[in-house]
Design a protein around this ligand. Structure first.
Ligand code: BG6
Length: 476
């Protein structure tokens, strides 16, 4: 066999807060993702160290308008269709459906918006892949209940899921419960609506919130299958295997520990129980996660149908405290790998690392996988017609797709599909910049929010079209 599977789901991915804009249109409520400004304080806010609960004077909030996909979705989906997308991964803005989060009745306008969007996808034979929460939590739930630290979130999330599964039955079959669930540990305000009070045991709060999300995810799987047995529900990991910095055993041990910190979440979602290494860690750190027997039953009974993940880079760990040279990565930094090149933002580029990660996840769980994010954030320079010759992006994607192909054809991993991140330029989650672009489609908007919002096809647009048309055979 020299081919990708016949029904392989090629496509691209976006997230509501990074592309929709229209933050206060048609009844949408305020969310954590809205109040994260560009600038020096962004990281402190994302990590819950600096509290920002509303728009403040003197800051620029890029998610407010973003690329205004709310009003451009037809044009954008037509472009995805022109590239031949089989799937389009997007996320739901919780506050369009339940503006405050704790209402009993949903906002019809919000439901209508996604219904129209899904129908638009189906018009072109594009299968929607929906992330229920992508760094997204209603601000009211954070201020009133403390976000995911509070068990009551289970009720609100269940209501959201029930509403979505019932309304979009027949329109959506692929769902992800929480995007990059392991980000709770690294970006707790974004991942779980958490900010911290002085002197609080932050690890305790984060793992309690994680438990609530894990149970919520199991409940979502239960309901999804009850409402429509055709539904397939996945978890999502911010992946990237850790390499030991040297062959010294203590470096290997450090890499294993780091990997476990991330796999912890997927171990629960894919296997149904808390791993012993986590229980031991909690014991050592004096962390006491409150859970009921019913919670444990739910986790055991409702494991995921597939495992999705984002992959941008591998990572490096060392057991030697003297080794400190770090490089930027997806939200959290890693030690620098001297064998790899880096993007303009310092994210290291490692196509073979994707094959390694695919194999590691497959060996660990033996469940079908889905790569739902991969791509290169770069500065694009359009010519006077708006065209961008982004050969660097083509080069990055070509090598990663080739590595993925090796994992399927040579190693036999089971992969459902591949969606590149930010298939259309959108606001960066990490920095809030517009100039960090991932798309096949250039959007005329700059870091300060200026621009016509016009869309232009980049060179990579035609390249990806040909990749999809040849089902991954023609990568040149
Ligand atoms: C992923 C997120 O972790 O990385 C996306 O799911 C994000 O939301 C992507 O945009 C790329 O990160 P950044 O910081 O370059 O936008």
């Amino acid at each position: 066999m020299t081919r990708f599977p016949k029904n392989f789901l090629w496509g691209g991915a976006t997230a509501a807060n990074q592309c929709e804009g229209a933050y206060n249109v048609d009844g949408r409520g305020l969310a954590n993702v809205d109040v994260v400004p560009v600038g020096e304080e962004r990281l402190a806010i994302i990590t819950g160290q600096r509290k920002m609960v509303d728009f403040e004077e003197g800051y620029f909030y890029p998610a407010k308008d973003s690329i205004d996909m709310y009003h451009h979705y037809k044009e954008d989906i037509a472009l995805f269709a022109e590239m031949g997308f089989k799937t389009y991964r997007l996320s739901i803005a919780w506050t369009r459906i339940f503006p405050k989060g704790d209402e009993v009745e949903p906002n019809e306008k919000g439901l209508e918006f996604y219904e129209k969007l899904f129908k638009e996808c189906h018009k072109y034979g594009i299968e929607p892949l929906v992330t229920i929460t992508h760094f997204d939590c209603p601000m009211h739930l954070i201020e009133e209940y403390g976000g995911w630290r509070n068990r009551k979130m289970l009720v609100f999330y269940e209501r959201l899921c029930r509403t979505l599964f019932a309304r979009y039955k027949g329109l959506v079959r692929y769902w992800l419960t929480f995007k990059e669930i392991n980000m709770i540990l690294h970006a707790p305000f974004m991942g779980a609506g958490l900010y911290f009070e002085e002197g609080e045991n932050q690890e305790q709060v984060k793992y309690q919130a994680a438990h609530h999300e894990l149970v919520a995810s199991a409940i979502a799987i239960k309901i999804a299958h009850e409402i429509d047995p055709e539904n397939k529900v996945g978890c999502m990991l911010a992946a990237g295997q850790y390499y030991p910095n040297t062959s010294h055993p203590r470096d290997y041990w450090a890499a294993l520990q780091e990997d476990r910190e991330n796999y912890f979440f997927i171990d629960v979602q894919a296997r149904g129980t808390y791993p012993n290494y986590a229980k031991k860690k909690w014991e050592r750190l004096g962390i006491d996660v409150k859970m009921t027997d019913e919670d444990l039953d739910l986790l055991r009974a409702y494991t995921v149908d597939f495992i999705s993940f984002s992959y941008y880079s591998s990572r490096v760990a060392s057991g030697d405290p003297e080794v400190q040279e770090k490089t930027e990565g997806n939200i959290f930094a890693s030690l620098k790998n001297p064998y790899l090149e880096s993007s303009e933002w310092g994210w290291q580029i490692d196509p073979l690392g994707l094959r390694i990660t695919l194999n590691a996840i497959w060996d660990r769980y033996q469940k079908p996988m889905f790569i739902v994010e991969n791509g290169l954030g770069a500065i694009d320079k359009p010519d006077e017609t708006g065209h961008v010759a982004d050969d660097y992006r083509i080069d990055y994607l070509r090598k990663h797709i080739a590595a993925m192909k090796d994992a399927i054809l040579e190693d036999g991993v089971e992969l459902l599909g591949y969606t590149t991140w930010g298939c259309i330029d959108l606001v960066s989650a990490g920095t809030g910049e517009m100039k960090k672009r991932y798309g096949f489609i250039y959007v005329d908007r700059d870091n300060e929010g200026r621009g016509s919002l016009k869309r232009f096809k980049k060179k990579s647009f035609d390249w990806y079209k040909q990749v999809i048309a040849s089902n991954g055979e023609d990568l040149d």
